[in-house]
Design a protein around this ligand. Structure first.
Ligand code: SF4
Length: 469
C-alpha cells in the first residue's frame, strides 16, 4: 500500500505505543498545545491533495523535544455536510495511528502525538508525507470526500490565533444537541472505531449522551450512518423503553449483545453503578466511586495531581478502559456533564462530590446553581477525610444518604462504633456488585484493618463486624 511514503501504513500499527526513549519528538499533548479540525467546504474552496505547513517541519525539530501541532483539513464533495466534520476528524486519530512510527492520542484540542526515532531514521522527515497519507486514506475510506486539503501548523503564535476558532466550532457542534433528548428520537447510533483495542466495547451515542471520546454526538452519528451505513458508525433502533430514568432500551441491549459478542446484554445509558456503559479507553473523563462518602468523583486527562482516593487519572484510566463494564468507574465525554440525564439513575449532580478545579470551571454553568459550591476541588479536599469534612460543612445532599444508610443499617452502625475508624466507613453501603480492581479501601493505621482487593468481584448482602473480646 502506498509505496510513495517512507513508512508503512496499516491498521496493524494502531495500538503502537511510542515511549519517551524511542521518541524523536512529541507534538501537542498536556505540556504543549494543538488541535485537529475538519471543515466542510465548497469544491471551489479546496485544492485537492494540497499541503501547507506553517512553521518548522519535522526535519527542523530537535530530537527529544516537544512542539505544538495543529492539523486542519478542508473537505468537499456533493455529499459532504457540516455534520460529517466530527466523523472525519475522528478518523484522523484512527488513520494517523495506521502510520508506523506515528502515535496519535485523544481528540480535538487535546491531541497528543509522538513520532518515533525509527520512523525519522527511515525517512519520515516531513509532515507533508504524514498529511498526504491521511488525505489518501480519507479519500479511500470515506468515498463522500471528493477533495481534501491539509494545513498543518507548528508555529505557536499561529496556533494561538487559530485555536479559539477551533474551540468555537467544537462548542457550536456540541450545543446542537441541547434541545434534543433521548425521548425525541427512535434511533441511537453506535460506533466501533475503538473495537480494535477494546473488542467488547459498546459505544452508544444518543442525544443526551455524547460519545466518551467527546468527538461524536448524535447528529454526527446520524450523518455518518447516512453516507456510509456499513461503516463504523451505524444506526441502533432504540426499541422499547425498559426504564427511562436509567436509560435502558431493548434496542440498546440487543446491540450490546451483538457488539460485545455476548459479553454484555444490558446497558443502562445513564447509570453509574448498574450495567453502566462500557469504557473503551478514549474517554475524556473518568468517574470513580468514593465509598467513604458514598459519592462520585470525576477526573480528566488534564489533571496531573492525585484525586482524593489517592489515585491519578492514568491509574484509574488503566483500570477503566478496555471496553468493559467496570462498576465503580465510568469513562465519559466532557459534554455528558451538560446532559439533563447525567447519571440520572444515581442522583445526577447530587451524587457528585469532587472534580479538579479546571474541569469544574469548564462545566460550571452546567452544574445546577445550588450545587456549584458543594462540589469540592483539589483546593478544598486532597484526601477522603478533608472531602468528608468539606461535604459536611457545605451540607451537600450526599449527607442525606449517610443518614438514610445509618438508619437502614443499625447492625452496621453498631459495628462501626466498635470497629477501628481510620479512613473507610463501614456503615456506608457499597453499590451492588461493586467491583474494586485496585486497592480502593484501606483502613490501615495502627491496629486498623487493611483490605486489598485486586480484580475481585464481590457480592455482599450484609456485613457484621463484631469486636473481639
Ligand atoms: S469512543 Fe466511541 S464514538 Fe469515540 S471513536 Fe471510540 S467507539 Fe467511536
Amino acid at each position: 500500500m502506498a509505496d510513495e511514503f517512507p513508512f508503512e501504513i496499516s491498521p496493524m500499527f494502531e495500538g503502537e505505543r511510542i515511549r519517551k526513549d524511542g521518541m524523536h519528538v512529541e507534538l501537542g499533548g498536556p505540556k504543549s498545545k494543538g488541535f485537529e479540525l475538519v471543515r466542510a467546504a465548497e469544491m471551489s474552496e479546496v485544492e485537492d491533495n494540497k499541503f501547507t505547513l506553517i512553521g518548522p517541519d519535522l526535519s527542523d525539530m530537535e530530537e527529544g523535544s516537544r512542539y505544538p501541532l495543529a492539523m486542519v483539513y478542508k473537505i468537499a464533495g456533493e455529499l459532504v455536510e457540516a455534520d460529517l466534520e466530527s466523523i472525519v476528524e475522528r478518523r484522523n486519530h484512527e488513520f494517523q495511528n495506521y502510520i508506523q512510527g506515528f502515535m496519535h492520542l485523544n481528540q480535538r484540542d487535546d491531541v497528543w502525538m509522538r513520532v518515533s526515532k525509527d520512523a525519522v531514521a527511515k525517512g519520515m522527515t516531513s509532515f507533508e508525507s504524514v498529511a498526504k497519507a491521511i488525505m489518501m486514506l480519507f479519500k479511500n475510506e470515506l468515498p463522500f470526500i471528493e477533495a481534501v486539503e491539509a494545513i498543518y501548523i507548528t508555529d505557536e503564535a499561529e496556533i494561538d490565533k487559530e485555536i479559539d476558532n477551533a474551540r468555537a466550532v467544537y462548542k457550536a457542534r456540541d450545543e446542537r444537541t441541547r434541545d434534543l433528548h433521548d425521548e425525541d428520537v427512535d434511533t441511537f447510533y453506535g460506533c466501533t472505531l475503538c473495537a480494535s483495542f477494546a473488542p467488547t466495547n459498546v459505544c452508544v451515542v444518543t442525544p443526551d449522551r455524547i460519545s466518551l471520546c467527546g468527538a461524536i454526538n448524535w447528529f454526527d452519528g446520524r450523518a455518518a450512518a447516512k453516507v456510509d451505513p456499513e461503516g463504523p458508525q451505524f444506526a441502533i433502533p432504540k426499541g422499547d423503553v425498559i426504564d427511562a430514568e436509567s436509560g435502558e432500551y431493548t434496542g440498546v441491549n440487543e446491540a450490546a449483545k451483538r457488539l460485545s459478542s455476548g459479553e454484555y446484554d444490558r446497558i443502562k445509558l445513564h447509570s453509574f453503578f448498574e450495567y453502566p456503559h462500557t469504557s473503551c479507553g478514549c474517554f475524556e473523563v473518568v468517574g470513580f466511586y468514593i465509598p467513604e462518602v458514598d459519592g462520585i468523583g470525576w477526573v480528566d486527562r488534564d489533571f496531573a495531581g492525585t484525586a482524593p482516593n489517592g489515585l491519578q487519572f492514568s491509574t484509574m484510566a488503566g483500570q477503566t478502559g478496555g471496553g468493559k463494564q467496570v462498576v465503580g468507574f465510568l469513562g465519559i465525554g466532557v459534554n455528558y456533564f451538560r446532559s439533563p440525564k447525567f447519571i440520572e439513575a444515581d442522583g445526577g449532580w447530587d451524587r457528585v462530590v469532587w472534580m479538579p478545579k479546571m474541569l469544574k470551571d469548564k462545566v460550571l454553568n452546567d452544574i445546577p446553581e445550588e450545587m456549584r459550591d458543594m462540589v469540592a476541588t483539589e483546593e478544598d479536599a486532597a484526601d477522603v477525610e478533608s472531602l468528608r469534612n468539606f461535604l459536611k460543612e457545605k451540607n451537600h445532599p450526599i449527607l442525606e444518604r449517610w443518614v438514610e444508610e445509618e438508619e437502614e443499617a443499625p447492625e452496621e452502625e453498631e459495628a462501626a462504633e466498635s470497629a477501628p475508624q481510620a479512613g473507610f466507613a463501614p456503615q456506608m453501603q457499597m453499590p451492588t456488585n461493586f467491583m474494586p480492581s485496585m486497592p480502593m479501601m484501606s483502613g490501615g493505621g495502627s491496629g486498623g484493618v487493611k483490605i486489598v482487593l485486586k480484580n475481585a468481584k464481590v457480592s455482599i448482602e450484609k456485613v457484621i463486624i463484631k469486636k473481639q473480646d
